[in-house]
Structures are given as structure tokens and as C-alpha cells.
Write a protein of this length. Sequence first.
Length: 244
Amino acid sequence: MAVVFTLELPGVTAEQLDRTNQILLDELGAPPAVLILHVESPSAAGMTVVDVWESQEQFESFAQSTLMPALTSTGIAMNEPPQFRPVHSMMGSGLDPTDYDAVARTFYDAFTRNDPNVTDLFTEDFVDHEEFPGIPPNRDGVRQWLALMHGAFSDLRMTLEEAVGHSGTGAARIRMTGRHTGEFLGMPATGRDVDIQGIDMVKLEPDGRCSEHWGITDQVGLMTQIGAIPAQPEAPAQRTEQQA
């Protein structure tokens, strides 16, 4: 359960908090994924901090291992422990607690397993804007596409390389690997390995289901690797003015 607390820091300056934040970012690289919101503002006595965390336990673990040493190094002391309260609701265009990496992994794991319930991950009115020959652009088409791909490529795996998102729109960079052991778009099996990259962008509903999809897949690379089209020659490197 998400929790919120307000922490009063009398005698503490904005510069001290700035130094603390920099220490934390230098150590972690980014704010903790379980931190939903962090606000700092000046008060009559010093500074006020308002935090929203996914749980009290996650904050306490972070405080003990990371936060308290950083506060001590900048001369900040907590006179009283935070008083946690459960969050009833949150609204605002800047709030997005969605774990896009976890959501993406759920989808690609289902694709890799050829999950028979894969359509449960899509809304009833799902629209696919990436055209594929013979496949309808709806959620039934997702199942048909998976059946085609798993029938054509054994050991098919779709691996998430990176995922980002905001306000219900997510994007992912993926890697697809497998072995061409079945017919694919009229091309008989060759036994060749395939290894290509792709980009997906989706619209997500609040319940995590996908309502729209756009995608770019290295179709030329795929068809080249299975021998359907000849390898394309590499473009010559452009000469610089000094080389000319």
C-alpha cells in the first residue's frame, strides 16, 4: 500500500538538501523506483519534505541503507521519525507510478511462451497499426501472429532490451531470436538462426491492458537472414572534407 509522510526539517537549508540529492543521484543514478513522489519546500523554520512511497517498509529499507548516511554527510538530522499515513488517491498529470519495464516483460514473456491467454493482455477494441500480411489488426490478430511466428521459428524468444513510458504511453526496444524451422510467408524452412531488433510503442489502459500498438521490426534483416532476399551491400563510408 502506498504511504505518504511530511517531514519538517528545522534549521535545514535548500542547499543542504541539494547536496544530499546529488549524493543520492551519484550513488543510485536515478531516484528509487519505489519512490512515487518527492517534494521539497521552504518553511518558516527551515525545509519541509513530502514523500509518497509504495510502502513504509521500502522507505525504511532505503533510509537505513542509503538515505541516512547521505543526510549525515550534509549535516541534516531527523528530529522525529516520519509519521506514515496510507494514500487514499493520487491525481495529476505528472504522476505516473506505472512500472513500464515490468509491464513490458509481462507482454514479451507471454509472447515467448505463446501464452494461449495472451489476448487477455489486450482490450476488446485493440487496434494494431503495424500491418502484417494476412493478420487482422485486432486482438485476435495477436494470437494469429504468434501462432505464425512460433510455427515458423523454433526456440522463438522476444527479449526486452529497454522500456520507457509516461502517462500510459510506453515504448520498448526488443530482440527477437529463433531458428527458421517452418514456412514463413511462403519461404520454406532453412534451419537458419535469426536475430533481429524491433521497436514497439503502445497505449496502455489503467488496468495495464494494451489498447493500441505501433511497431517497427527489421523485416529486411529477417528476410535476409533466412535467405529470402540477398544481403544488402553496406553503404560506403562518407569521405570527410579533409579526406577529399
